[in-house]
Design a binder for this molecule. Structure first.
Ligand code: PHE
Length: 350
């Protein structure tokens, strides 16, 4: 009965050693020493051969019970050690939100947020006041009051997103296609003279290297007595020189068409285009940067402004476009992919 006599102490010894083992390697070594080919329990199984047939059965069963008990205990120990390791790893990776912020460790300002804030700050220096309007607009503010007649082809140019909701006149509501609608909200309530600025998200169903379905615009409106296109030009030249951090920039007005301005112009800025880069402010090339014009009398009338007394100008610019030019970004879609490496490269600390 030597085999069985040793069995209880063998089991207790292995279990005690197992309880003291703190590594997965340690458990594996113990498994090999007890249950492996040359293991102590395996040797006991081999010793069964020499027992008288009457004892074999009971001894075999006892050995099996111990074997199963040891296997289960080892599996449980392995699981426990793995759980503890995971817990330690999670604790090590956890971010302690109660720690004070140091340096620029908690991210960067998105290049678009920074550009938008910069643009607003530069116009604020010229006396503009920021106004806000909703992203979901009615037809009247986005088109009607801006002198887009019903069924006018200019409406199609905007690739509008409509939402599943109608306004008081039964027209579908839409995602604003430009910030010009904020002009209408602001002008209806303005005390004149006024310098109005609007900035924010706009939407058009368009997507390629230079268009994204959501983009940002900044809109400016000035209503003052005796205002002319000359003032408009001066305002834009000042802004563009400030924005591109140059003493002055050359711009040119190209005749254009917007229903809400008359005359209308697109503004180009002097630049030099190389194969891989654009230098703003010098060279022989021109690049379109924004749209503008004198506010159409129909728009002023729709907002209750007396056109005999007041006139004004308006302009609208694309924030992504200006950010791309200033920071040498070639694909607009990168702004919205949130690739950490790209954001670290183009993002701004603080
Ligand atoms: N709303 C025009 C656009 O989105 C830009 C613009 C604004 C043009 C104001 C003239 C005056 O294209």
């Amino acid at each position: 009965m030597g085999v069985l006599g040793d069995l209880a102490s063998l089991r207790d010894r292995v279990l005690a050693e197992l309880a003291a083992t703190t590594t997965l390697e340690g458990v594996e070594a113990l498994r090999v020493s007890a249950l492996g080919k040359k293991g102590s329990l395996t040797a006991a199984f081999a010793a069964l051969r020499d027992l008288p047939p009457d004892d074999k059965r009971a001894a075999g069963q006892a050995l099996n019970t111990v074997k199963v008990a040891l296997e289960e205990a080892m599996a449980a120990r392995v699981q426990l050690l793995k759980d503890q390791a995971l817990q330690t790893q999670i604790m090590a990776e956890a971010l302690d939100m109660t720690l004070p912020v140091t340096g620029g460790g908690l991210g960067r300002r998105h290049p678009l947020s920074r550009t938008l804030d910069d643009i607003v700050a530069l116009f604020a220096r010229q006396g503009f006041v920021l106004h806000h309007g909703p992203d979901v607009e009615d037809d009247e503010h986005n088109f009607g009051a801006l002198n887009f007649p019903p069924h006018h082809p200019a409406r199609q140019m905007h690739d509008t997103f409509y939402v599943d909701q109608t306004d008081a006149n039964g027209h579908p509501m839409l995602l604003r296609t430009h910030t010009s609608c904020v002009q209408i909200h602001a002008l209806k309530e303005a005390t004149l003279p006024a310098r109005i600025l609007a900035a924010g998200r706009t939407y058009r169903c368009d997507s390629d290297q230079t268009h994204t379905p959501m983009f940002h615009q900044v809109e400016g409106v000035v209503i003052e007595d005796g205002i002319t296109m000359g003032h408009l030009r001066g305002c834009l030249e000042t802004f563009l020189a400030d924005f591109f951090e140059r003493d002055r920039v050359d711009i040119r007005f190209r005749p254009s068409y917007f229903p809400f301005t008359e005359p209308s112009a697109e503004v180009d800025i002097r630049c030099r285009r190389n194969a891989s880069s654009i230098v703003i402010g010098e060279g022989e090339d021109w690049l379109e940067v924004l749209g503008c014009g004198m506010i159409h009398p129909n728009v002023l009338t729709a907002c209750g402004v007396d056109t005999k007394r007041h006139q004004g100008f308006a302009f609208g610019l694309g924030v992504e476009r200006l950010a791309m030019l200033k920071y040498g970004i070639s694909d607009l879609r990168m702004f919205f992919q949130n690739d950490g490496r790209w954001l670290r490269h183009f993002g701004f600390v603080g």
